[in-house]
Design a protein around this ligand. Structure first.
Ligand code: AMP
Ligand code: GLY
Length: 422
């Protein structure tokens, strides 16, 4: 069958790489794609917001299956529109995507289903929000809607907390901040947990962990993710079982009971506290760059798994994984997550790609003739497997050092916590 992947990041490059390897796939397309995706799929210049144009393209190219990568088109109802047009698609409907699209929606579900999470209150009124805050700190302030990972302030002092509610309710994030959620501050180690869901069953994927802060030693501002590794040692078998029982299954059941069953990848951001795992947030898609390390470790064909999720047939499904760990280093444009330059040339990719165990996924590049130019904040994901995580790390950095891109930078310590555990 012919397959269309929606998106343009490193996650979509890794998905195209895995999907393109399936013997079930005839032609593979990606809209809009990027300079690296172009090597494994036919990129099509269609805006992901134009659902009618995407449907028309699917009909013209007899697309049998669409895989939607990012959250924005999911929250906007792309899967609903494709399915209504008779085109099979992987991912949640708009109503199910509220698990990521609205933090207040997720908090109410947690309350109904007794899912362990930080205590919370919701506000649209500044006076009421400030009265609730009083002099509480540390405390966490979140814009309700999508804010590209920037709508969260972990306030260590009550001054910061008051300033954050004033900024958000004052319009800093537009509509996304018209309502704020004020949360109890959780202490512990963070972990990400991914499951494939078919509406009623959840199949855990291998574990992975990203690094959100821009600087070495997990310092500086939050980003979309500067690197990732798999497996994540903090997710022990016992922690996985508790997370399934206490968080994932009540969520899947709650969504089904509400008449808005969840299908797709459910990504739980967790805090492993002294009392056990607590939900920080849900995402309704693969993590980026966590997807890159998961795709490197997946031994099974991914396509039947994605189709089984869409068809409600995950009950007896099984996925095989390589035992070897994987690690990815994000190379970003200098200045990211703030302002950065575009269209700076990158060379040395071919040599770097020859390092044993290495795959280079493109997150934000364009191809111009035979040149590759940076075209985004996060630009390359240099990914490697190895006999140990330390070996994967060494291989990834060996490849990074062969890439010549003076306007780029990366963290030098991806995986440090897990590597130090041996
Ligand atoms: P989120 O976008 O909800 O994942 O939040 C971004 C980051 O803020 C998380 O990765 C955590 O590091 C931190 N965070 C969010 N909520 C809390 C909380 N209730 N307690 C402590 N830290 C939090
Ligand atoms: N790496 C974090 C995310 O995809 O949201």
């Amino acid at each position: 069958m012919n397959v269309l992947v929606i998106g343009s990041g490193g996650r979509e490059h890794a998905l195209c790489w895995a999907i393109g390897a399936s013997p079930l796939v005839n032609r593979l397309f990606c809209a809009p794609g990027n300079g690296g995706i172009a090597a494994v799929a036919t990129c099509v210049e269609l805006p992901v917001t134009d659902h009618a144009a995407l449907i028309e393209f699917c009909r013209a190219e007899t697309i049998g299956f669409v895989v939607v990568g990012p959250e924005i088109p999911l929250v906007a109802g792309l899967v609903d529109d494709l399915e209504a047009a008779g085109i099979k698609a992987f991912g949640p409907t708009a109503l199910a995507a509220r698990l990521e699209g609205s933090k207040a929606f997720t908090k109410e579900l947690c309350a109904r289903q007794n899912i362990p999470t930080a205590g919370f209150a919701r506000f649209t009124d500044l006076v009421a929000a400030k009265a609730y805050l009083a002099d509480r700190a540390p405390i966490v302030i979140k814009a309700d809607g999508l804010a590209a990972g920037k709508g969260v302030v972990v306030a260590m002092t009550s001054e910061e907390a008051h300033a954050a509610v004033a900024d958000m309710l004052g319009g800093q994030f537009g509509e996304a901040g018209a309502e704020v959620v004020i949360e109890e501050y959780l202490e512990g180690e963070e972990a990400s947990f991914f499951v494939l869901v078919d509406g009623s069953h959840a199949l855990p994927l291998e574990t992975a962990q990203d690094h959100k802060r821009v600087g070495d030693g997990d310092t500086g501002p939050n980003t979309g993710g500067m690197g990732a590794y798999s497996p994540a040692p903090v997710m022990t078998r016992e922690m996985i079982e508790r997370t399934m029982r206490e968080i994932i299954l009540p969520t899947v059941n709650g969504m089904a009971e509400a008449g808005t069953p969840f299908k797709g990848v459910l990504y739980a951001g967790l805090m492993i506290t002294a009392e056990g795992p607590k939900l920080i947030e849900y995402n309704v898609r693969f993590g980026d760059p966590e997807c890159q390390v998961l795709m490197m470790r997946l031994k099974s064909d991914i396509v039947p798994a994605l189709i089984a999720s869409r068809d409600g047939e995950l009950a007896n499904f099984d996925l095989r994984w390589h035992a070897e760990p994987a690690l990815t280093v994000v190379m970003a444009a200098k200045g990211y997550p703030g302002d950065f330059q575009r269209r700076t040339p990158i060379t040395g990719l071919e040599e770097a790609g020859k390092v044993e165990g290495v795959q280079i996924f493109h997150a934000g590049t364009v191809r111009e003739g035979d040149r590759i130019l940076a075209n985004g904040g996060r630009v390359l994901n240099v990914t490697a497997t190895g006999g140990t995580l330390a070996e994967a790390q060494a291989r990834a950095y060996r490849a990074v050092d062969l890439i010549d891109w003076p306007e780029g930078f990366c963290r030098r310590d991806i995986g440090w916590r897990a590597v130090s555990l041996g």
